[in-house]
Design a protein around this ligand. Structure first.
Ligand code: MN
Length: 759
C-alpha cells in the first residue's frame, strides 16, 4: 500500500451505521421484481462511467437465452439468480469482466454453453473467469467433513486463480443463501452448515465483513430458527427502545473527545444475531446478561490518546466493573492491541468500546502482516509473519485495489492469485481433505493418511482410475490407496520418490526396521546352523547371559550383526561356550568360509535389488540370482548367504553350488512365493548351437520373441565353420514358459542343440 492509509475493505453499507439497517432483512427474493437489463447497466454506470454497455447487454441476453425455461426452486426463472449475483457485485463496484462473468457463471455447468463459445463471444478473460467458477461448482460435489473447513477454504483459494472468481463465488453463495427457504429442508441444512464452515469465514478473511455477517445470519436462521427468532425479537425490541442510540453516542463521544483535544474516528454498530448468539452460547449467559449488543470503535492518533480517550469515556458514563482490558500494555498472542471497556450509556444500555490507533486497527484487520503494509514496506516486521495471514492480507489488499481502482489495467495485474499455489489439496474416499506440498504424489498422500497405510500401499486409484503410486497429485483429486497386508515394509526406492519429509522419514524407518529384522533372521539361521553342525545346544537364555561379552544389548542385535557379517557365528558360540573350538574344514586344502568380520559394510537399503518373491525372505534384504543362469519359478531353489552382502538364489541343480558344499551354514531353504498371475520375469540362460546359415540368428530371436521371452543379452562364438554357439540370457515368467521356448527352439531346423545353463 502506498500510504499508511488504513482502509479495511468494506461492503457498500460501510461501518455499522447499520444502526437502522435490519439484521437480516432482505425481502424474499422470489417476490422481488426481477431486475431489468437497464437497471443493471445503470448500477454499473453509476460507479464506472466508462462501462462497456454493449458487453453487459450481450451477456444479459446470452445468459437469459442460455438458461431459457429453467427455473429455480422458488419457481422464479433461473436467470434471476445470475442477475442477482451480478447485482451483488455491483455493490462492490467491480469491473465489467466480473459483472459479465457473474451473469454467465452457471452457463457452462448448467446449459449448452461452452468455454469455447464464451471465449469467442466475450473474450478469453471472461471465459477463464466462468471456467474458474465451473471448477469450484464441481468441487462442491465432493463429499467432505466439516472439520476440514480451513483446508477447504484453502482449496477454494488454490483452485480459483483469479481473485474475481472468489468474489463471484461468494456473491453466488450469498444469493443462494438469501433464497434458501425454497430449497428442500435436508439440503437446506447442509448448505447452511457449509456456508458457516467455509464461505462466511472466507469472506471474513478476505475483509468482507458485511458479507460474512449476512452469510452467518442467514445460516443461523436456517440452522436454528427458534434461537434466531428469539434473538431477533429481542434485538428489535431494543432497537425500538434505543432508537437512534448509536447516532447519539457517536455524536456525544466525538464532541466530548474533541473538547479534550482528541481527534477520533468513532464508529458504532449493533451486533448481529449470529455473533450475539455465539457469545450467548460461549459464555452460557442469557440475553439479559449479554452486555455488548452495541459496540463502538474509537480510532485515535497515538497510544497516549487511547488512554486519554478512555478517561474521557469513563468520566462521561459509568463503567461496568471487571470489563476493562488493556491489550495495549499486554497484547494478545496474535499481536492484537486495543483497550476494551464497557460503560452504561444513554438509556441504561450497556455499550462496549474499543480504543486503538490506526496501526493497531490495521493489525486487527490484516493480522501481523499489516506491519509490512503500515510501514510502507520499509523495515520489515520483526515478528514472525504467518504465511497464511500474509496470504489473506495480500488478498484483501488486492480486493481493495480492485474495488477502488479506476484503471482496469492497473488492477488486472493484481488479480492473479498465487495463494497456496505451493500446496495441493486432495480427498480420501471418505471425504477427508489432505493438504500436501505441490508435486506431492500418492506415496506422500498415503503416509499423510497414516504411516500404516503408507507402509502397506501397493497401488492406488485417482478419481476412480488405477494409477501409479508415483503419480503427482492435482487439486481436488480423490485418492484411494490400495494396501496389502502382506507388505510390511515399503520398497526402499520409495524414499527417493516421496516428496514430503514425513513420508521419507517413515519409509526410512520402516525399511531400516525391516532390514534389521531381515539381518537378524538371517543371523539366527547362520548361528543355528553352526550350532547344529558343532553339536552344541543353542538357547536364547544362554545367549542372553553372553551379551556383555559380545558387547551387544540384545539377542536381536547379535543376530543382526551376524547377518550383516559384522560378527562371526563362531564368536557367538565362543561367547556362550568359552571352550568352543572352531571346526576347521580342511578337506579341500584348507579352504574355508571367507569370514571377515566387519570387512564389508552393510549394503544400503536403496541398493537392494528389486523385490524378489521368495518365501521366507522379504523385500529390503539384498537378494540376487545366480550369476550364471539365474533361477525361474518352478525350479527348486536354494539360497546362499554371503554375510554382509545378502542372499543369492540358485537352482538346486546348479553346478555352481559345489563351491558352497563345505559351508552348510550358508545354505538357506527358500521357496518361490508367487502365483501364476504375477507378471514378473526371471533370468535364465540358454546355450544354443545353431547351423551357420543366413538368417538363423533372426529365426532364434524370432522364436523367443514370439513366445514372449525377453532377450537380455546374446554372446556368440564360432567354434567351427558350420556351427555358432550362442549364450542367450533371457527373462521368462517361469519354468513352464522356459521349457516351451526350449521346445520351440529345438523344433527349428537351424538349431542343432539347446540346453539350459544352470538347469
Ligand atoms: Mn450460481
Amino acid at each position: 500500500m502506498a500510504s499508511g492509509r488504513p482502509v479495511p475493505v468494506q461492503m457498500e453499507a460501510s461501518a455499522g451505521v447499520a444502526a437502522a439497517a435490519p439484521a437480516v432483512a432482505r425481502p424474499r427474493a422470489s417476490r422481488a421484481r426481477m431486475m431489468r437489463q437497464y437497471d443493471l447497466v445503470e448500477r454499473v454506470r453509476s460507479y464506472n462511467p466508462d462501462t462497456d454497455e454493449d458487453l453487459l447487454n450481450r451477456a444479459y441476453v446470452y445468459a437469459m437465452k442460455a438458461h431459457g425455461e429453467q427455473t429455480r426452486a422458488s419457481g422464479d426463472p433461473y436467470f434471476s439468480h445470475p442477475l442477482e449475483v451480478a447485482a451483488i457485485l455491483t455493490n462492490l463496484k467491480l469491473d465489467d469482466a466480473t459483472i459479465v462473468a457473474a451473469l454467465l457463471h452457471d452457463t457452462i455447468e448448467d446449459t449448452e454453453a461452452t468455454r469455447t463459445e464464451i471465449d469467442k463471444l466475450f473474450g478469453h478473460e471472461i471465459g477463464a473467469l466462468v471456467e474458474g467458477l465451473t471448477k469450484l461448482k464441481r468441487l462442491e460435489l465432493v463429499s467432505r467433513e466439516a472439520k476440514q473447513a480451513e483446508n477447504l477454504r484453502k482449496l477454494l483459494l488454490a483452485i480459483a486463480d483469479d481473485v474475481r472468481v472468489l468474489l463471484i463465488k461468494l456473491a453466488d453463495r450469498l444469493h443462494n443463501m438469501r433464497t434458501l427457504e425454497f430449497v428442500p429442508p435436508a439440503s437446506r441444512h447442509r448448505i447452511a452448515e457449509e456456508t458457516l464452515d467455509i464461505y462466511a469465514p472466507l469472506a471474513g478473511r478476505m475483509g468482507m465483513h458485511e458479507m460474512r455477517e449476512e452469510l452467518e445470519d442467514l445460516a443461523f436462521r436456517t440452522l436454528d430458527p427458534e434461537a434466531f427468532a428469539v434473538v431477533m425479537q429481542r434485538l428489535d425490541a431494543l432497537a425500538e427502545r434505543n432508537r437512534n442510540l448509536i447516532g447519539e453516542i457517536e455524536a456525544q463521544l466525538s464532541a466530548n473527545l474533541g473538547r479534550n483535544g482528541i481527534t477520533a474516528e468513532v464508529t458504532g454498530r449493533r451486533k448481529r444475531p449470529f455473533s450475539i448468539w455465539t457469545k450467548m452460547e460461549r459464555k452460557s449467559v442469557g440475553f439479559e446478561q449479554l452486555s455488548d449488543i452495541y459496540g463502538f470503535r474509537v480510532i485515535v492518533g497515538d497510544v497516549a490518546c487511547c488512554y486519554r480517550a478512555l478517561g474521557v469515556v469513563h468520566t462521561t458514563w459509568p463503567m461496568v466493573p471487571g470489563r476493562f482490558k488493556d491489550y495495549i500494555s499486554t497484547p494478545k498472542q496474535n499481536d492484537y492491541r486495543s483497550l476494551h471497556t464497557t460503560v452504561i450509556g444513554p438509556g441504561q444500555q450497556r455499550v462496549e468500546l474499543q480504543f486503538r490507533t490506526r496501526e493497531m486497527n490495521q493489525i486487527a484487520e490484516y493480522g501481523i502482516a499489516a506491519h509490512a503494509f503500515y510501514k510502507d514496506g520499509v523495515g520489515s516486521p520483526t515478528e514472525l509473519v504467518n504465511r497464511e495471514s500474509n496470504a489473506f492480507a495480500w488478498l484483501r489488499h488486492t480486493i481493495e485495489m480492485l474495488s477502488e481502482s479506476q484503471n482496469p489495467e492497473e488492477f488486472l495485474e493484481h488479480t492473479k492469485l498465487e495463494l497456496f499455489h505451493d500446496q495441493v489439496f486432495c480427498f480420501t474416499p471418505k471425504g477427508k481433505l489432505i493438504a500436501l506440498p505441490r508435486n506431492a504424489n500418492v506415496i506422500d498422500f498415503a503416509y499423510a493418511v497414516h504411516t500404516d497405510v503408507g507402509n502397506s500401499a501397493v497401488g492406488c486409484k485417482i478419481n476412480g482410475k488405477f494409477a501409479p503410486l508415483s503419480s503427482e497429485l492435482q487439486n481436488g483429486d480423490e485418492v484411494e490407496v490400495l494396501t496389502s497386508p502382506v507388505q510390511s515394509a515399503p520398497p526402499a526406492a520409495w524414499e527417493s520418490l516421496a516428496r514430503t519429509g514425513k513420508a521419507r522419514a517413515a519409509i526410512r524407518r520402516a525399511t531400516r526396521a525391516a532390514m534389521r529384522d531381515q539381518y537378524a533372521g538371517l543371523g539366527r539361521r547362520i548361528v543355528e546352523r553352526l550350532f547344529v553342525r558343532a553339536k552344541i545346544e543353542y538357547a536364547d537364555d544362554k545367549l542372553k547371559g553372553a551379551l556383555p561379552r559380545l558387547a551387544r544389548s540384545s539377542i536381536e542385535d547379535v543376530m543382526a550383526s551376524v547377518g550383516r557379517g559384522e560378527m562371526k557365528a563362531s564368536d557367538v558360540a565362543r561367547a556362550m561356550y568359552p571352550d568352543y573350538k572352531e571346526e576347521r574344514i580342511a578337506r579341500f586344502g584348507g579352504k574355508k568360509a571367507p569370514e571377515k568380520p566387519g570387512a564389508k559394510p552393510a549394503p544400503e537399503p536403496g541398493k537392494a535389488s528389486a523385490v524378489i518373491p521368495i518365501g521366507g525372505l522379504h523385500s529390503g534384504l539384498p537378494v540376487k540370482f545366480a550369476p550364471n543362469g539365474g533361477a525361474v519359478p518352478g525350479d527348486r531353489i536354494v539360497g546362499i548367504v554371503t554375510p554382509g552382502e545378502g542372499i543369492t538364489i540358485y537352482p538346486i541343480q546348479s553346478p555352481d553350488l559345489k563351491e558352497f558344499e563345505e559351508e552348510p551354514e550358508r545354505w538357506l531353504d527358500v521357496k518361490w512365493d508367487i502365483d501364476e498371475s504375477t507378471p514378473q520375469r526371471f533370468p535364465a540362460r540358454l546355450f544354443v548351437q545353431n547351423v551357420n546359415e543366413p538368417g538363423s540368428l533372426a529365426q532364434i530371436a524370432g522364436v523367443i520373441a514370439e513366445h514372449d521371452g525377453n532377450i537380455d543379452n546374446i554372446n556368440m562364438s564360432r567354434r567351427s565353420p558350420d556351427f555358432t554357439e550362442l549364450t542367450i540370457d533371457l527373462e521368462v515368467y517361469d519354468l513352464k514358459h522356459l521349457s516351451a521356448i526350449i521346445a520351440q527352439l529345438r523344433a527349428k531346423d537351424v538349431v542343432a542343440h539347446v540346453e539350459r545353463v544352470n538347469g
